[in-house]
Design a protein around this ligand. Structure first.
Ligand code: SAM
Ligand code: SF4
Length: 330
């Protein structure tokens, strides 16, 4: 069984936002004052699992749990355990997670014991005060200890860094040196205009095209064949023992190879991170409709998956995406 969209892209990757809540407030992701959803609007773990089951039946091989912060969702390990059990008798091959790492020290062992072998940890700076500034109140030590614990438990950690203007764009080599010392692959991400934050997007955005060219003078990059299921392009260098990835939704569109869709914590299926259209599954899951109906709606959603996002960042245009990143996750 294989899911394809209207442009014949094979869709085998599902990202699931298990909560809109988070213990941080990264300035490019959220406003300082956020209203989180009442509990009854968020899918229960059973509803999430049933939706995942239907996607898996239709050919989804990889699920990434995200949020909000997935590790603040109560009983998240229970969901992971149930999904992990499916790997032996369904299409599902891999479960991964994107986390801010603040609770990783506590959960790393449980993640590993329940089949999570790779995670992405978001980290934009390795300077304590600056970490607090970008996350509004995070504690860098928690994340660093979490990463150590994950590595100790044989979880492969990749670092994701959003490049934010006048914050870390002149500290990229410090991050590369730090990650290289720890042997952690590192991916840089361009700010995307998803939802309104407290600062206009054009004051946050830095083109990774420019950063790549600057770094290339130092590292003389070679393009790597390595790919995860995500959109990152990886490079190696004789000066480094790690791979450096670049996710460039604005400076280098990669939609032609898109293989994924996203479920929000409220059960909306977003066919594209950079568009507002969705198909709502929450009411279906809470009705007496059967799984065949759910599968029909998934197929319908894929038949209208947009060709590409229309992200644009400049001082004239207000972001057209009317939700924050914590709704659909990264
Ligand atoms: N809380 C988890 C974390 O931070 O890893 C998972 C959810 S977070 C929304 C997923 C990823 O999206 C993080 O790597 C974060 O840095 C990134 N992100 C959030 N807002 C973004 C934006 N406007 N543009 C680009 N990346 C963003
Ligand atoms: Fe929370 Fe992740 Fe958004 Fe930061 S990027 S506020 S950690 S959801």
């Amino acid at each position: 069984m294989q899911l394809t969209d209207q442009f014949l892209r094979k869709i085998n990757y599902l990202r699931v936002s298990v909560t809109d809540r988070c213990d941080l407030r990264c300035v490019y992701c959220m406003k300082e004052k956020m209203n989180f959803l009442p509990k009854n609007e968020v899918l229960s773990l059973e509803e999430i699992e049933r939706l995942c089951d239907n996607f898996i039946d239709l050919g989804v091989e990889k699920i990434r749990l995200t949020g909000g912060e997935p590790l603040v969702r109560k009983n998240i390990i229970h969901l992971i355990k149930n999904l992990n059990n499916k790997k032996t008798f369904t299409n599902l091959k891999e479960i991964t997670m994107t986390t801010n790492g603040s609770l990783l020290k506590k959960f790393a062992k449980d993640l590993k014991n329940n089949g999570i072998n790779r995670i992405n940890v978001s980290l934009d700076t390795i300077v304590k005060e600056k970490y607090k500034e970008i996350t509004r109140f995070g504690n860098l030590d928690n994340v660093l200890e979490g990463i150590e614990e994950a590595v100790k438990n044989n979880i492969k950690v990749k670092i994701n860094t959003v490049v934010f203007k006048n914050f870390n764009d002149d500290k990229i080599t410090d991050l590369i040196n730090w990650a290289n010392n720890k042997l952690l692959d590192l991916t840089f991400i361009e700010v995307m205009p998803i939802g309104d934050t407290d600062m206009p997007r054009h004051m946050q955005f830095v083109s990774l095209d420019k950063i790549f060219k600057e770094l290339n003078n130092t590292y003389n990059f070679n393009k790597s064949d390595y790919r995860t299921s995500g959109p990152s392009n990886y490079y190696t260098s004789e000066k480094l023992n790690i791979k450096i990835g670049f996710i460039t939704p604005l400076s280098n569109n990669f939609c032609a190879t898109c293989n994924r869709v996203r479920i929000s914590s409220t059960g909306k299926l977003f066919m594209c991170l950079g568009q507002n259209d969705f198909v709502d599954f929450r009411e279906i899951l809470r009705s007496d409709r059967g799984d065949n109906y759910i599968k029909d709606r998934i197929r319908f959603a894929l038949s209208v998956k947009p060709k590409r996002h229309d992200f644009i960042i400049n001082s004239e245009v207000k972001p057209y995406i009317n939700r924050h990143m914590n709704e659909t996750g990264g």
